[in-house]
Design a protein around this ligand. Structure first.
Ligand SMILES: CC(C)(COP(=O)(O)OP(=O)(O)OC[C@H]1O[C@@H](n2cnc3c(N)ncnc32)[C@H](O)[C@@H]1OP(=O)(O)O)[C@@H](O)C(=O)NCCC(=O)NCCS
Length: 185
């Protein structure tokens, strides 16, 4: 069974809701910045083709039922300022992986942490997942801080795991178990 469609997750500053096609223009703004995409395998969106490839990947995931694509809609403006995804869902093991990206002007305000708190609570509390995973580039200190602040534990390092955009790099594997998760509020 695929992950059930989540409701809109309301947080103090955000509506964390599922992706709609109409969000693509806002998501393109987020992915069009080299600093934002530096640690992402898919790279900066420069052409219609880049945008289409991302959209196709989401469609394949949704059709297969192996994930849910969320967007972060800023309450104050109604603009989509970032996205996070629960993917590689394995029903039998009740586990999945998370990924996330936030538009650069919004870094440093705790917004991704706020969104992921809601997503993690939903994943453990409503979907009944047992384990969440995250892969982080060892040079990506912001992402490292986000996952650790949520209680994810570093479980290992996979050497030279990624070959993307002319870089070969290691990845750190983080895991968070439902039983050890402590909601902050
Ligand atoms: C990774 C990424 C989402 C982190 O964004 P961020 O804004 O640093 O993370 P958060 O939203 O959790 O905010 C945390 C920061 O806000 C600060 N902050 C300010 N107000 C805050 C509040 N009310 N609550 C919590 N933190 C707050 C924190 O002190 C922290 O700052 P610090 O990291 O300098 O200590 C962002 O850098 C990004 O999109 N990067 C590019 C894509 C990427 O690398 N994705 C991850 C791939 S693994």
């Amino acid at each position: 069974m695929p992950l059930p469609e989540p409701p809109v997750l309301e947080t103090q500053r955000l509506r964390v809701r599922t992706f709609r096609e109409a969000d693509l223009d806002d998501i393109q703004v987020v992915h069009s910045d080299d600093e934002t995409t530096f640690h992402l395998p898919c790279g900066t969106w420069r052409t219609e083709e880049d945008r289409r490839r991302w959209h196709d990947r989401i469609r394949v995931m949704l059709t297969a039922g192996t994930g849910v694509q969320f967007v972060l809609e800023e309450r104050a403006t109604g603009r989509v300022i970032g996205a996070c995804v629960v993917f590689r869902y394995d029903e039998e093991s009740a586990r999945a992986e998370i990924g996330y990206v936030l538009g650069r002007p919004h870094w440093g305000y705790g917004l991704m942490r706020e969104a992921l708190e809601a997503v993690v609570a939903h994943a453990f509390g409503v979907w009944g997942l047992r384990r969440l995973e995250a892969e982080v580039d060892p040079d990506n200190s912001r992402s490292d801080r986000v996952v650790r602040s949520l209680g994810f534990v570093e479980e290992g390092r996979l050497r030279k795991r990624w070959c993307a955009r002319d870089r070969i790099y290691d990845t750190r594997i983080f895991g968070l178990l439902r039983d050890e998760w402590k909601p902050c509020c």
